[in-house]
Design a protein around this ligand. Structure first.
Ligand SMILES: C[S@@+](CC[C@H](N)C(=O)[O-])C[C@H]1O[C@@H](n2cnc3c(N)ncnc32)[C@H](O)[C@@H]1O
Length: 267
């Protein structure tokens, strides 16, 4: 492997989005579930830990009444998002999308139908009390029939100190579990990239110093935060045993090497 280079900011966010995000599927799933439980269409989406807020920008494109907010502490991904997603919206769509440089723990003067916290970003809260505080804030920030959606990952592989490589058209994505402390569930992950056209390796493009929460802990904490019902989903399998992208309600499944699922908290 070649010597690691410092990744340019634009490339870092571009490769990250191509590697880990799938907004169309996430948005379709959230809309479907909202309608299933609430018998109406959701119209407002708050994307917590939004980073580039690509999902929030997509949301306002779906319907002329949709509104979105993307909240993140870090101006760097937001700048990328404004230049690459917000800038591509029409003038009218831009009036319905707002970037907020701020903390998800703070109070905001609006409520949403859906709050989404994806790519496990809430793992940043390592203490139970801190995660509970966040879930309470999310609860308060939802409309009366609002739904809080998070994702979570696990499986027998996820605590192994190992690097998993995924090939994309023009780059490779590496998910590196560098450390897992079985006594505290604290874990340290890195994302590395390698671009194919020049063979450059970008080590530690992203670092995540997290606590690895489990679905049951999340369910209990959401209930404690006030959510009336909390549902876990599981992903179906195709004939090769790989995930088929179809998620269904379940609370009893056989473990596997690696899984990523949704959890919904209903206000
Ligand atoms: C793993 S990235 C997720 C980006 C995007 N949501 C996604 O799904 O790919 C986590 C983001 O959370 C942001 N963040 C961390 N703590 C935060 C907080 N307390 N309030 C708002 N944003 C926070 C970081 O700046 C970072 O951009």
């Amino acid at each position: 492997m070649s010597v690691s280079s410092t990744i340019p900011v634009e490339l870092k966010h571009k490769l990250y989005e191509e590697s880990v995000q799938n907004h169309e599927a996430d948005l379709e799933f959230m809309e479907e579930q909202f309608e299933r439980f609430r018998k109406r269409k959701p119209r407002t989406l708050r994307e917590d830990f939004g980073g580039t807020a690509a999902m929030a920008c997509d949301w306002v494109k779906i319907h002329p009444e949709n509104k979105a907010w993307g909240i993140d502490l870090d101006p760097e991904p937001m700048k990328y998002g404004m230049e690459n997603h917000y800038a591509r919206l029409t003038d009218e769509q831009r009036t319905r999308m707002k970037y907020i440089e701020g903390n998800v723990l703070h109070n905001y003067d609006f409520k949403a139908d859906i709050i989404a916290a994806f790519n496990f970003s809430y793992f940043i809260f390592k203490k139970r009390a801190d995660l509970l505080e966040y879930f309470k804030k999310a609860y308060e920030s939802l409309n009366e029939d609002g739904i809080f959606m998070v994702d979570i990952f696990g499986g027998t592989d996820c605590y192994e100190e190992q690097v998993e490589e995924t090939e994309h058209d023009d780059h490779s994505y590496f998910w590196d579990c560098d450390k897992f402390n079985p006594l505290t569930s604290e874990c340290l992950y890195y994302i590395h990239f390698k671009t194919h056209h020049d063979g450059k390796k970008y080590e530690k493009a992203f670092t995540y110093d997290w606590r690895h929460w489990t679905p049951m802990e999340i369910r209990e904490l959401m209930e404690e935060a006030g959510f009336s019902k909390v549902y876990t989903y599981w992903e179906g399998e195709d004939e090769d045993g790989d995930g088929d992208g179809e998620f269904f309600l379940s609370d009893n499944e056989e473990n596997c090497e690696s899984w990523v699922i949704y959890i919904a908290g209903l206000k």
